[in-house]
Design a protein around this ligand. Structure first.
Ligand SMILES: Cc1ncc(COP(=O)(O)O)c(C=O)c1O
Length: 441
């Protein structure tokens, strides 16, 4: 039956779905069929969990900062001029010529076997008895975070995070209605003594980034790593070890990962069946557009994650997995990481120098030994959301720190990314921020 468009008054006090649809307010164009309203009020239909899905400040900022002339310390973007475009082109052509039908066919949810074997092998060299059944390839490590939430988090479950923490982990687990508890961090990472008190509340899991944390850039000390692993074992609480930056170390010695430490405390675990769920990615050392990441965990956890992934995307792009595998297998990645580390180190140094030259004396910042971010704490009187409004007018952006905290603190903090700007842009951008800070007095 043909529908008729009528004009009608609608009382829709609780309906935020369209700008037309307001209490006693406007004439609404409503479609009627056989005398019934047939338009759906979508906001009434959305699942309860969508109420907790807030947009990311960073993603919103990124839309604006893409404009030319903008200096952005806001995104977590790698340097695009370092992407191995040529190598990816050559390797893709070869894969398509030699194994095109395999690369383009549907394939196993667990991932491309040779890539899973390489990842297991890397862990074996760290003393973890990981086999291929301990590895699931994911569409970026962001998907791994989502899948972990999907299989572990029931509404109301307590999830312990570092304070500040990775915004998109909060986004992922908010959808599963987690209750977050933040544990303070200092220059040595999460204060694990504080965790000891929180762990009494029987959290579902603890989330930790051990190396060059996003957003603060700090690294968890060896003593705290050991303490964290011991707590996890004593209280049988899973630890989600999210470690996308560990290969971007500019200086100092590499520290053992949490999974490797756990294995060293209990070498009998063969195959690996411990409490750590470890996440990795090629996004920071190859290219985030490939969307290839992975999870390593006890085999039953991998089986459960695989079932969860089947409902999400069936499998990660096989072509992308084969490209990543080839660049890893051929040894290209090792040399490439050296170039990335060298470039990011220069950028970090430029930012540290610029901060020391221009920022007010009562400001503190971290000195990351790797990664892509550093963290600034301004005097308590400065609200970095206000600073951002002024900075955007001067065409420079950063992310205000409050969004990375689960307890409403951090209004005087901010995250600065150094990987995506040249040293000249960094000096210029920091000088612009310092100027605005002086104006705010
Ligand atoms: C701590 C952390 N985890 C996970 C991710 C997601 O990375 P990807 O999905 O590209 O592997 C990021 C990206 O910035 C990150 O900083």
């Amino acid at each position: 039956m043909a529908s008729v468009t009528l004009l009608s008054y609608v009382e829709a006090a609780d309906c935020p779905c369209t700008s037309y649809c307001r209490w006693y307010s406007v004439l609404l164009r409503t479609r009627y069929e056989r005398g019934q309203i047939v338009e759906i009020c979508w906001s009434e239909r959305y699942a309860r969990r969508t109420r907790r899905m807030a947009g990311s400040t960073i993603r919103e900022l990124l839309k604006v900062t893409e404009q030319p002339g903008f200096i952005s310390f806001a995104g977590g973007l790698p340097a695009p001029e370092l992407f191995p475009v040529q190598e990816v082109a050559v390797v893709s052509q070869r894969i398509l010529a030699e194994s095109g039908p395999v690369a383009l066919q549907y394939s196993a949810t667990e991932g491309y076997r040779p890539l899973r074997a390489c990842i297991a092998q890397r862990l074996q060299s760290d003393g973890v008895a990981a086999g291929i059944d301990n590895v699931l390839i994911t569409t970026g490590s962001q998907q791994a975070l989502d899948l972990v939430g999907k299989i572990l988090v029931d509404p109301g479950d307590v999830v312990v995070v570092e304070s500040p923490t990775y915004l998109a982990a909060l986004q992922a687990w908010n959808a599963y209605e987690a209750e977050f508890v933040g544990v303070a961090a200092d220059d040595c990472g999460m204060e694990v003594d504080g965790l000891e008190q929180v762990i009494e509340r029987n959290p579902k899991m603890v989330y930790c980034q051990p190396n060059f944390q996003n957003p603060s850039g700090v690294t968890l000390s060896r003593e705290r790593r050991v303490h964290l692993v011991e707590l996890s074992r004593r209280h049988r609480v899973p630890v989600i070890e999210d470690d996308p930056y560990h290969e971007l170390r500019f200086e100092g010695d590499c520290l053992p990962g949490l999974m490797a430490l756990e294995a060293s405390l209990d070498p009998a675990r063969d195959p690996y069946d411990g409490n750590i769920i470890s996440l990795g990615t090629f996004s920071k050392v190859l290219a985030p557009g490939l969307r290839v990441g992975w999870v390593v965990a006890a085999a039953p956890v991998i089986t459960q994650l695989t079932l969860a992934k089947q409902g999400s995307d069936l499998h990660t792009s096989t072509l992308d997995q084969m490209i990543a595998h080839e660049l890893l297998r051929s040894g290209f990645l090792e040399g490439h990481k050296r170039v990335i580390r060298q470039t990011y180190r220069e950028r970090r140094d430029a930012m540290l120098e610029a901060l020391a030259d221009c920022f007010p004396p009562d400001t503190r910042w971290t000195r990351p030994a790797g990664g892509m971010f550093l963290w600034v704490e301004l005097p308590a009187s400065i609200d970095t959301a206000d600073l951002l409004r002024r900075a955007m007018e001067r065409r420079v952006a950063f992310v205000p720190g409050a969004a990375f905290h689960v307890d409403g603190t951090g209004h005087n903090t901010m995250r600065l990314n150094f990987s995506n700007s040249t040293p000249e842009q960094i000096r210029d951008g920091i000088a612009r921020l310092a100027h605005e800070l002086r104006e705010m007095g």
